[in-house]
Design a protein around this ligand. Structure first.
Ligand code: GLA
Length: 384
């Protein structure tokens, strides 16, 4: 056993994992942040930031893509492991995994036909998903190097900024973006997104973490239980572009107004869940909109957001090509995403809430993933 004394925490390590990765368990944790070099991307150095809170929860984030590489929490038996998919080195992130843990922008989700108009001006975007534009294009915010702000050892917060230039991936305007991650002592991972522009442009920022609350991807997420506070969802066409309709979830497999096991109705949804839920909160204020619960590990995650929509994606395209930091292949439906957002294809849907940011306006959005655990299997909402 090794004892590593860091700026933010006293970390005791044991080598318990298959790939000899050090599984970190924090004894006497102290909130803070630690920076370490993490190799290179695009010929530039990148770093890994380790945020620790007083409960011993650990979140690791790299300034490449603003990616959350690891989110270590304890289960009901006090065993610590990461509840998100991630890798231990930058090399795997450079092989274009499907957005594991990354910041997504300028536009999270799809824009139909890769085009839209603002006033009389029409724009053509990179088409990187059939004929559609997905998650900001060929080189979206998930693949750029962000500039980290100054860090204070004793504060578990990381501010990342990026200037997306006029014309990048086809978007108009210079967009200055800041994303701030904060890990609170209340076990909340808070993400604040801010942006300004010098020309009208669509903006829809999110994070693409894939959760498996068991702490491994040996098992699927089909036994996880999900509740979403949404009475409606946006049905899609074969290219996953919303038709424009907002349909009631009542009486359908999309009704998660009360908690349901994900696998119980997934087979009646063609291709699985990959849809936008229209949240009852309407994005009016910061509200709890969803709870994901794993009865086996006792872990749960509560999602709070200021956004009007939530994309629940059940990992339908995961194919085993990538190996998680536990040494296990990430196969079909072994992880799921809960992406807070405005609705897909909003620039082409006049009845959806607008995603156009104008010069002089300030884009601001917040999302919190709050982790907890139940000592007693099957119950939820019993935060410690
Ligand atoms: C999003 C989309 C999915 C898929 C994944 C990445 O969540 O909604 O259709 O493209 O990203 O694989």
């Amino acid at each position: 056993m090794t004892v590593i004394i860091t700026a933010g925490a006293i970390v005791m390590g044991t080598t318990a994992c298959k790939n000899n990765e050090q599984k970190e368990v924090v004894e006497s944790p102290v909130s803070g942040i630690r920076k370490s070099s993490w190799g290179q991307a695009d010929g530039q150095p990148v770093d890994l930031y380790t945020l620790t809170n007083s409960k011993g929860t650990i979140v690791k984030i790299t300034n490449y893509g603003g990616i959350i590489t690891s989110f270590v929490t304890r289960d009901k038996n006090d065993s610590a492991s990461s509840i998100v998919i991630g890798f231990d080195s930058i090399a795997q992130y450079l092989q274009s995994p499907p957005y594991f843990g990354a910041i997504i922008g300028r536009y999270g989700n799809r824009i139909g036909g890769g085009k839209f108009s603002i006033g009389d001006q029409s724009y053509t975007l990179a088409r990187n998903n059939g004929e559609n534009h997905l998650h900001g294009g060929v080189k979206g915010f998930d693949k750029v190097i962000w500039t980290a702000g100054p860090v204070v050892d004793s504060i578990a917060a990381l501010s990342l900024s990026y200037l997306s230039k006029d014309g990048e991936e086809g978007y108009p305007g210079n967009l200055q973006v800041t994303v701030k991650y904060t890990l609170t002592d209340n076990d909340e991972l808070k993400i604040e997104y801010d942006a300004t522009t010098d020309k009208p442009t669509p903006v829809n920022l999110t994070n693409h973490s894939y959760f498996n609350l068991t702490g491994d991807v040996q098992s699927t997420i089909l036994d996880h239980q999900l509740q979403i506070d949404a009475n409606g969802y946006t049905p899609v066409d074969s290219g996953l572009i919303p038709t424009g309709e907002i349909r009631a979830v009542a009486g359908t497999p999309f009704d998660f107004t009360s908690s349901h096991t994900i696998g119980s109705r997934i087979d009646s949804v063609e291709g699985g869940y990959d849809h936008n839920w229209v949240l009852n909160s309407k994005g009016a204020s910061m509200q709890k909109v969803a709870t994901l619960n794993d009865p086996v590990s006792g872990r749960y995650v509560e999602v709070f957001t200021t956004e009007p929509g939530l994309q629940f994606y059940s990992g339908n395209f995961l194919d085993g090509k990538f190996i998680n930091h536990t040494g296990t292949a990430v196969k079909l439906r072994t992880a799921l995403c809960l992406e807070t957002q405005h609705f897909p294809d909003s620039p082409n849907k006049k009845d959806f809430p607008s995603t156009i940011l104008e010069p002089g306006q300030k884009y601001h959005s917040e999302t919190i993933y709050k982790v907890g655990r139940n000592r007693e299997t099957g119950k939820q909402g019993n935060s410690e």
